[in-house]
Design a protein around this ligand. Structure first.
Ligand SMILES: [Mn+2]
Length: 312
C-alpha cells in the first residue's frame, strides 16, 4: 500500500502509478469495509444496501464519472472534501455510480474513489450504477476488463475479478428523511417503502426493483411507465415520481445516469434532479456538475438545489 496521502493531488498521482498488486489489495480492502458496514457509521445509518443520512451537515454529490479522471480531479480540488473531513466537519461524499467504462482512466477513477472510501469510510458513500450491475444485467459496452488488462498486464484479470466482486457491495440508494432520495437511475413504479430500496438486490431478478434503480430514466412524454430504448429499466412519468417520492416521504429524486449538456437537468416539475459529472467523449457535454447540498435545509423542489450545483 502507498503511504497515507491526505490531499487530492497525491492520491491522483498514486492512481497513475499504482501497480496491479497494490490495486488488487485496495479493492479487497474496500470490499471488506463495505461488507462490514451495518447500523450506525458516523452520520450514516446502514440497512442492507440503503444508507440513511442524518439531516445535518452537507452532502457533496457526484454523478457518473465513467473513467474521467480529469473531472474527478477538478471536483475533489474544488469541493474541499478532504480538507473538510480532516477538519472534522460534518460532510459526506456520495458517488451516484458508473465509475468505469467509456473514459480512458477507469482504473485510476476506481483507485481514487476506493482510496477515499478506505481513508474516510464514515464520510464516503458509493452507490451502484448500471455499469456495476449484477451478472445478468451489466451495461454494454463494458470495456473495464480490457482497460484493466491494458493497465495492469497479467494482473488485469484478477484486478477485474476482484472489482466485479466489489460491485455486489455497492449501495442501492441514499435516503434523507423529508428531503431527498438518491439512486443511480430511477424509481421503480412498484416500490412500496424504504425497505424495497434496502433489499432490492435480494429480490432480483424476481422483482425488477434493482433493475429500475440502476437503469430507469424520467420521461416527460409518459405518465406511468413505458418501454426504455436502453433495453433495461423503464421510462417513468411524473405520476410515478410523485407517488414514489410520497411513499418514501421525500420531495426530490437526485440521480445520475443520463448525460446533460449543462451537467445538470430538472424533470417532472422539479421533482427530479439529474447530475452528470464526466466530460469529453463520447457525449461532449458542455459542462459536468456536482452538488454541494446542505442537508439541514428543507427542500421542496429541485429548483432550490440549483444554487448548490457547481458546473465545471
Ligand atoms: Mn448509468
Amino acid at each position: 500500500m502507498p503511504a497515507l496521502s491526505l490531499n487530492p493531488t497525491s492520491i491522483i498521482k498514486e492512481s497513475l502509478a499504482v501497480q496491479g498488486d497494490a490495486f488488487i489489495a485496495l479493492v479487497e480492502k474496500a470490499a471488506a469495509i463495505l461488507r462490514g458496514e451495518s447500523g450506525r457509521i458516523g452520520r450514516q445509518t446502514v440497512e442492507d444496501r440503503l444508507v440513511r443520512l442524518d439531516a445535518s451537515g452537507e452532502a457533496i454529490v457526484v454523478g457518473d464519472l465513467h473513467g474521467d479522471l480529469q473531472s474527478l480531479t477538478t471536483i475533489l480540488k474544488s469541493c474541499g472534501f478532504m480538507e473538510k473531513v480532516t477538519e472534522g466537519k460534518d460532510v459526506v461524499l456520495v458517488f451516484l455510480g458508473d465509475y468505469g467504462d467509456r473514459g480512458a482512466h477507469s482504473a485510476e477513477v476506481y483507485y481514487v474513489v476506493l482510496t477515499l472510501k478506505r481513508l474516510f469510510p464514515a464520510n464516503v458513500v458509493l452507490l451502484r450504477g448500471n455499469h456495476e450491475g449484477p451478472e445478468d444485467l451489466l451495461a454494454s459496452p463494458h470495456d473495464l476488463p480490457m482497460q484493466f488488462k491494458h493497465r495492469f498486464g497479467t494482473d488485469g484479470a484478477e484486478a477485474y475479478a476482484k472489482t466485479r466482486e466489489l460491485f455486489a457491495y455497492l449501495y442501492n440508494a441514499v435516503l434523507v428523511e423529508e428531503r431527498c432520495v438518491m439512486v443511480h437511475g430511477g424509481l421503480p413504479a412498484d416500490l412500496s417503502n424504504s425497505q424495497d430500496l434496502a433489499r432490492a438486490h435480494l429480490v432480483h431478478p424476481e422483482k425488477r426493483l434493482l433493475e429500475d434503480l440502476l437503469w430507469s430514466d424520467p420521461s416527460e412524454a409518459v405518465q406511468d411507465v413505458a418501454f426504455s430504448p436502453r433495453g433495461a429499466g423503464q421510462l417513468f412519468g411524473k405520476k410515478i415520481t410523485t407517488q414514489v417520492l410520497e411513499k418514501l416521504n421525500v420531495k426530490v429524486l437526485i440521480r445520475g445516469h443520463e448525460p446533460c449538456e449543462e451537467g445538470v437537468r430538472i424533470n417532472h416539475d422539479g421533482r427530479v434532479l439529474t447530475l452528470f459529472s464526466m466530460k469529453g467523449a463520447p457525449y461532449f457535454n458542455e459542462c459536468g456538475a456536482y452538488l454541494d447540498l446542505p442537508l439541514s435545509e428543507k427542500i421542496e423542489n429541485a429548483q432550490q438545489l440549483l444554487p448548490w450545483t457547481h458546473k465545471f
